[in-house]
Design a binder for this molecule. Sequence first.
Ligand code: SF4
Length: 420
Amino acid sequence: MSEVQPVTVENPRAHRVYVPPRSLGFEAFEALRKSHTMAHIEKVAEEGELVVRGGVGGWGPLLHACGATSSMAGGESPNLRRGVETIGYAESHYRVPPEFCSVIKGQVGMYQLRRRNLEARGKKEMITKVLRFGGGCEQGVMTAELIREEGYDVHIIQPLSAFKLAPERRQEYVDFYVSEAQRVAKWLTGKPIDEDKLAEDIHVRNIIIRKTVEILDLRLKNPLYFPMTRVTQMLRGASSFFATNVNYYERRAQFIDIQDQWIKELKEVANDPLPAYVPIVLAGNMFNIEMTRVIDESRGAIVGSIMAITTLYREDINPVRALGEYLLEMQIKGESSDQVGAVASARKYRIEEEIKRTGAKGVIISGTTGCPYSSLTRQMEYDYFMKKQIPIIAVEGVSSLGIITEEVRMRLKAFIEMLI
Ligand code: SF4
């Protein structure tokens, strides 16, 4: 009689925790981020420097070339208390309808919160210039008018189209962005764009974008070392360093050094043994930190997102023209944010590219409650990937509060569990 051997069945749902080694890159990044807060930006505004509210992403080099600092470069993340207060002010002070999206309510209510905080400190508002995008967001344009009535100098970048572009009209679109960029420069400085300065910023920005792409590719070998919460911060950092004049040259050099450190670290951990995880692409405009945390904790790993800007600026043409080409390219690829007008019908192709690049097993589409743009894109993308039999889930929620509902939490967990 043969001896019966005990059989060990490995439970695929058993949870093994990967503890990432210490990262000098992240420690340096945190220190850099904390060295540049809203308080620093307020101080330079008080000293008479040009500071604007809003406006980063692909527009960063233009702001710097105009000698402006964006308040968005202050590295402050949403928090629950501030989110509740700003949404409350939007509804009570500005009479913004409750059904408007929370992002816009958070943004508009912030003006009242700031005013009250400044008054309590016996100060007056020094950041009075506001740059808004009109791309795909009617609510944003409407609330910008409310701000204007309060005495802010609001400049709205006109929309091209958030829904459909005709390829044969490309040159016309680029011309449009070139004239929008010149309008921004005129509004900020009274003069046309300083082309030499812009060309230099574009060159360095391309260095950072290439390194960002390298980091995102290397990260595929070990996404647990570099979880999405950190990727989000890195991507924000990569765009906001170009929207500040506070220690600009020093800070951008430090950021490039940090990127090199990340590349080195990611190469070192590439072959670390990892617990099982579910690779996922996350797309949508609710990049809520709590949501990414739930995904990380459920053993999902966000390996791709359309938030990452991978488009390069052309360096072989006039820099203002290169900026126009770049802004159009980002919009077509769906890399610009929704307010900037990522083309709704094109986003699904960018998501698909990310699935192919990363080998993701599923897609999570997230949208902000009350956003007409994202409810449209969510539906289109849901239908598209369902037809292709790619697992997909669409969720919605409130961005500015940094929390998600119990229902969304359960749905995300169940979705990831299903893919294990
Ligand atoms: S979430 Fe939608 S409605 Fe809200 S600001 Fe963004 S684009 Fe506008």
